[in-house]
Every structure is written in C-alpha cells, then in structure tokens.
Design a protein around this ligand. Structure first.
Ligand code: KIV
Length: 286
C-alpha cells in the first residue's frame, strides 16, 4: 500500500502548531460556521478555523452558547470543511456533548471528525476535564483545551468576566494548563485571562496557547470572525479590534436595492431576459 498525502502539501496539521511555537512564529485562528466564510478565512491564510459554539451567539441569536447542539456544530463543520483546503479545522464540543460520560463524549467527537471533517475538537474546562482529554487523545482525537472564561459556565460564573485575577485563581489556572498539557491537549485556549498570567502559561507550556482577551504573549490569537468584521449586535468586548463594518455595508446595500425596486430602477433590461429575436410576441397566443 502506498501512503498518499491526505491533503495538499501546505495543509496545516497539529504538529505545525508545535513547530511554530518552537520557532516563535505567531499563528492565527478565526471562527467560521459556513462555506463562504470558511473560504474567505482559509484563502486569506489563517492557520486554524474554529467552528466555535459562538455560532449560538453570532448566527443563531441564542444570546449564549448553552443551547447550541451537536447537530448545529456538525452541520457547520461540514460546510466549513467544504470551504477550507488548508487551515486546521477544529470543531467545538457544545454544552452537553461531553458532560454525560466518556464513551458518549468519544462518540460525539468521532462524529464531528468522521461526518463533519473536523481534524480536532475543542472542549471547555480545567482539571475537571483531564481524564476526558486523556481518553479522547487515546482514541486518536486531537484536543484543544479551553480555560479562563469558559462561556458554557455562564450560569455558574454569573456573566463574562476576566478570570484568574487573584493570586489563588491565577495559580489554579496555571496548574490547570499544565494538567491539560500533561493529559495530551495539543493547544490551549486562554480566554479573558490577565496578560501576565497568559504570558506565564505560554512560557511554561510546550504546547501553544491560543489567546482571546489574554494579551499579546500567547502563541496564537483567536477572534470570532463576526466581531472582527462588524457583523454582530451590541457592545463588543474590549479585546476586539473591529476591522470592518459589514453590518453597515450590508444595511446600505439592502436599502439601496429596496429603493431601486420601489422606484422601478431594478431590474433593468440588462438584469432580465428578453425573448429571442426569432420569436415574435404576436405569435404567442394569449
Ligand atoms: O466558540 C468560540 O468561538 C470560542 C472562541 C471564542 C475561542 O470558543
């Protein structure tokens, strides 16, 4: 049997992230939830696409990530896979998909990989997820861990605030990160963590840290695409830098089209189809 390369040569695989960490190269990760955004992000050269459970906020309008289902992540992952050739595709495990027991977690993660085309999964939690991460990694499922603010704990935390602000909490975060690395996670998201603590974790771990609201020392930066391009509603978190205002662009396009229709300017003859010259209108019976 010949071993064929499963994808094109420049495809990003998990080991490339470790290599980049060792060489000090900064990488980037963005969310995508469908074919066009996956294509845009992939063609721009982003190394990791996260099919995040932020889909609940920015696509489905749930207000938080709690209601997101495995089916929603699966369907989004399939579309992203069709749109992305190069980036590593990481599927988020939604709330409830890894909480019952380890066997069910493995089954759900395998579904995201086998059916969805995910190349890794992400799950939220610290020391309480160590056994689970171990088990998933044992089953050849690459795991990205996620500590600091874990939005699936919103009801327990009572909101979205910076984590690790006391010496004890910071110590706990550092310990959690080390335990998750030892359990076999290939990378770890640090969300809303003081930059000094993120820097300590980044320097003490040999796996890359993926920062969001965690300062510039993290090995990889991640953002929610819709925040970056201005396609969200409400106040943006302080760590988001908005690079475009797609909401404004889309709203202006919709308004302009609406006005053209109402004023009879759309569609023009160029935007519709006439009969071929060979057919005379009079020949068509009423
Ligand atoms: O769901 C998501 O988009 C995330 C990122 C914010 C890391 O978990």
């Amino acid at each position: 049997m010949a071993y064929l390369k499963p994808d094109q040569p420049e495809k990003v695989y998990v080991p490339a992230l470790q290599k980049a960490k060792r060489s000090g190269e900064k990488l980037v990760c963005l969310t995508a939830y469908n074919y066009p955004t996956a294509r845009i992000v992939d063609e721009a050269g982003v190394e990791i696409i996260l099919v995040g459970d932020s889909i609940g906020n920015v696509i489905h309008g749930y207000g938080n990530t709690i209601p997101v289902t495995l089916e929603e992540i699966l369907s989004a992952t399939k579309a992203v896979k069709r749109g992305a050739n190069r980036a590593l595709i990481v599927a988020d495990m939604p709330y409830g998909s890894f909480h019952i027991n380890a066997d069910e977690t493995v089954r759900n993660a395998l579904q995201l990989m086998k059916e969805g085309g995910a190349e890794a999964v992400k799950l939220e939690g610290g020391r309480n997820r160590v056994a689970l991460v171990n088990r998933l990694v044992d089953e050849e499922i690459p795991v990205m861990a996620h500590i600091g603010l874990t939005p699936q704990s919103v009801h327990k935390l009572g909101g979205y605030s910076v984590q690790g602000k006391t010496a004890d909490d910071a110590q706990r975060l550092i310990e959690d990160a080390k335990m998750l690395e030892d359990a076999g996670a290939f990378a770890i998201v640090l969300e809303l963590v003081p930059r000094e603590i993120a820097a300590i974790i980044t320097s003490e771990l040999s796996i890359p840290t993926v920062g969001i609201g965690a300062g510039s020392e993290c090995d990889i930066q991640v953002l929610v695409l819709h925040d970056l391009v201005g396609l969200t509603f409400g106040r943006l978190p302080r760590f988001v830098r908005q690079y475009a205002d797609l909401r404004q662009v889309m709203s202006e396009a919709v308004t302009a089209w609406m006005e053209d229709v109402k004023e009879g300017r759309y569609p023009s003859d160029q935007e519709s189809y006439g009969l071929p010259a060979s057919v005379k209108l009079e020949e068509i019976p009423d």
